[in-house]
Design a protein around this ligand. Structure first.
Ligand SMILES: Nc1ncnc2c1ncn2[C@@H]1O[C@H](COP(=O)(O)OP(=O)(O)OP(=O)(O)O)[C@@H](O)[C@H]1O
Ligand SMILES: [Mg+2]
Length: 259
């Protein structure tokens, strides 16, 4: 594999100590196998500091969604250890929220308000309405969810996740299907979450719209962590792992602000 996996944790440990941030994500030798299938993840060691925006890239089937499910406490490693904010096993669910790529799978309520209030007490309505307002969706409180556009459904999933105030927010392909204004809005939410100290991990195919926000780049290849570290140090190596370097990088302009 391309990464020197012994050095990668050292890089984040140094980053973490320098910024006085504790380690938020700590995976050691993690394997995951869906029953009766070849390993989806093998020997993954990953250490990420608290806070920041971390990209998880890789070709189709490389294991991104599986890794996010482990970080959300929805799947448990077949071997190795997975700790999030010091929690392991299903208790990770207390601190992490996963927003799925397919918003339809995650939406369970009949109306926007009903969906965002699922599992919450009546007193949470004020905060829920305020959160939807932040996403310019409060006016749709009574709207049936099937009338929402794809982008609005994704925002609803994100709003519901943020309402739980997770320490770790996991987003699976959050940019897919979003138009230009929606990507700008999502970028602004990501930046705002970062200012609040949240640790955010995004699984992405396309690095272009978020690479300038990333504190780290982590690339999976056939279920193994092939690259981990500072994006600028790694972008020359991603193409052979099935990930397209950003256009500005290919043009020799480095990483430029996306807008
Ligand atoms: N429920 C499942 N049962 C069996 N195998 C699965 C299941 N989900 C995923 N896999 C397999 O595990 C491997 C990793 O899949 P995963 O969905 O984590 O990859 P991914 O990087 O998210 O892919 P994509 O970019 O297509 O979303 C693949 O070989 C996939 O076929
Ligand atoms: Mg996936």
């Amino acid at each position: 594999m391309l990464v020197d996996q012994r050095r990668a944790p050292a890089y984040f440990l140094a980053l973490s100590v320098r910024k006085c941030f504790p380690i938020m994500i700590e995976l050691m030798s993690v394997d995951y196998e869906y029953a009766g299938h070849a390993p989806a993840l093998h020997g993954v060691g990953l250490m990420l500091p608290s806070g920041g925006i971390h990209l998880l890239a890789g070709a189709n089937g490389s294991g991104k969604s599986t890794l996010l499910a482990l970080l959300a406490g929805l799947l448990l490693p077949t071997a190795g250890t997975c700790r999030v904010a010091g929690y392991s096993g299903e208790s990770i669910r207390e601190v992490a929220r996963l927003v799925l790529q397919d918003a339809d799978v995650q939406i369970l309520g009949a109306t926007v308000g009903e969906d965002v209030m699922l599992g919450r007490k009546q007193q949470a309505e004020v905060a829920a309405r305020r959160m939807l307002d932040r996403f310019a969706m409060e006016e749709f409180w009574d709207s049936p969810v099937h009338t929402l556009s794809g982008g609005m459904k994704q925002k609803l999933g994100l709003a519901a996740a943020l309402l739980d105030k997770p320490k770790v927010l996991l987003l699976d392909e959050p940019l897919s299907g979003l138009d230009y204004p929606a990507i700008r809005e999502l970028r602004s939410i990501l930046s705002n979450n970062r200012e609040l100290g949240m640790t955010q991990i995004l699984a992405v195919h396309d690095l272009e719209p978020v690479i300038d926000l990333a504190d780290s780049l982590n690339v999976l290849h056939h279920g193994e962590l092939a690259l981990q570290g500072n994006p600028e140090a790694l972008l020359d190596q991603v193409r052979e792992l099935g990930v397209r370097p950003p256009g500005t990088w290919q043009a020799g302009l480095g990483i430029r602000p996306w807008d």
